[in-house]
Structure formats: C-alpha cells, structure tokens
Design a binder for this molecule. Structure first.
Ligand code: PGA
Length: 242
C-alpha cells in the first residue's frame, strides 16, 4: 500500500520559496503520488489556492486551535483551516508539547475540534530519551494515545510515532525499535477504534533510511522534518512510498 509522506517544514522558507518548491515538486510527482506538506500557517491559503498546485499535494497545518471561533487572539480554528483548503493538522507535536504547553488534554481537544470540522488530526506521540532509558517508552506512548483518542468520535485520524530523541538529531530509531512500538500502537488502536488509523513514523527519516523504515510492519508512512525541506530528498521520500 502507498505510504503517507508528510513534510513538516516547521518555521522554514519564505512564501516565495514555498511557491517555488510547489512548482518544482509538481513537475516531479507522478499521477497517484501523495505528498502532504505542512508549511508555515500564513502560507496555507495561498499555497492551497495556487493554480500550479496539483491535487497530488495536500496541505497540512502544523497546529490548530483547541477552541472554536471566539475571542482567542492569535488562534486559528479547524474550520478556518478547512475553508483554506487544508486537509489535516498535526496535533501534539513534541515541539508544541515541550515549548507551548500542549498537554495531553489540549491534544485531545485539538483532535476533537479537527474531527468536528472534517480535518484529519495527525496525533503525534513519542517518548523522551529519559523515558526510553528508564524503560517506560511503551507506557508513556500508550498513555498519550489513549488520552488523546479515547473519547473521540468516529472519523479519519492518523497517528505519528515520533520518539523525541530522534527528532532533528540525526538519530533514528532502529527498525527493531520502530517495529516493536508500531506493533504495540496497532494493538492499542485496535482496542480503541474499529477503524484502525494509519501509523506514521517520524524522527530523522531521510532518503538513506526511508526504504528500510517503510518496510517495517505497521509503518504506514513518515512524518519528516529536515529531509522535507530539500526538493530532491523530499521527492525521494515520496517515491519510496509508492
Ligand atoms: P526530523 O523532524 O525529520 O527533522 O527529525 C521530524 C518531525 O519533527 O516531525
């Protein structure tokens, strides 16, 4: 099955650079390819409306408000994102959890608002280095997942397993580590939902390790930071998902 490849640009690129990337990417993608990109939020509406944008590129928000419309300065709601042509939103990325106080409860609210608006929440979970060394990685990730998903209504959800120690560090979890965690998450998800969501792996995915990672059972795609910024490497990742 085709893998889901999501590029997370974080706080990189100007609007002009983003548009150039889209034009060049469109020239390289084939019919049936699926490339998902999470650019900086101010660019989303413009990129999604770009006439050069093939339907093969789908747009993702790097985050979304836990609230609906109202007096929430600086927030943007799930329905606003949908109205801009956005299809999915990351919720609970470890950088948001660590730096912006995205607690497990906030993650659940964000996932809930997303589902209500018809946006796919990509629920990110992952243990820190300390938790892995202490042997509590499975427990931590299971807790994050159950807390985020247990009360959610039916609807399309994706999960991204991103060990915090592997994000932006060049360290990748080994295929054995990924296999063990994804198998565990698959079981947890099966007990929680009749529609088992796809599980993406994230953490220093790059063209050199993507084929091996994508061959691990229950790895349904990748959430990619650094390697999504360069056209050539991003295209290789999408190709590896074919
Ligand atoms: P990385 O980032 O690929 O640069 O490790 C992954 C992520 O933060 O989603």
């Amino acid at each position: 099955m085709r893998k889901l490849v999501v590029g997370n640009w974080k706080s990189h690129k100007s609007l002009a650079e983003a548009h150039d990337f889209v034009v060049a990417l469109n020239a390289l993608l084939q019919e049936g390819d699926e490339a998902w990109i999470a650019p900086p939020a101010p660019y989303l509406a413009s990129l999604a409306a770009s006439p050069q944008n093939a339907s093969t590129i789908r747009w993702v928000a790097q985050q979304v408000s836990a609230y609906g419309r109202g007096a929430h300065t600086g927030e943007f709601t799930a329905d606003m994102l949908v109205s801009c042509g956005v299809r999915a939103a990351l919720v609970g990325h470890s950088e948001r959890r660590e730096r912006y106080g995205e607690s497990d409860d906030v993650v659940r609210e964000k996932a809930m608002r997303s589902l209500e608006a018809g946006l796919i929440p990509i629920v990110c979970v992952g243990e820190t280095r300390e938790e892995r060394e202490a042997g509590s990685a499975f427990e931590r990730v299971e807790y994050q997942l159950k807390n985020a998903l247990s009360a959610l209504p039916k609807g399309e959800i994706w999960v991204a397993y991103e060990p915090v120690w592997a994000i932006g560090t060049g360290l990748t979890a080994t295929p054995d580590q990924v296999e063990a965690m994804h198998a565990h998450l698959h079981e947890v998800l099966r007990a929680l939902r009749s529609d088992v969501p796809p599980i993406l792996y994230g953490g220093s995915v790059n063209p050199a390790n993507v084929v091996e990672l994508f061959s691990v059972p229950h790895v349904d795609g990748g959430l990619v930071g650094g390697a999504s910024l360069e056209l050539e490497s991003f295209v290789q990742l999408v190709q590896a998902g074919r």
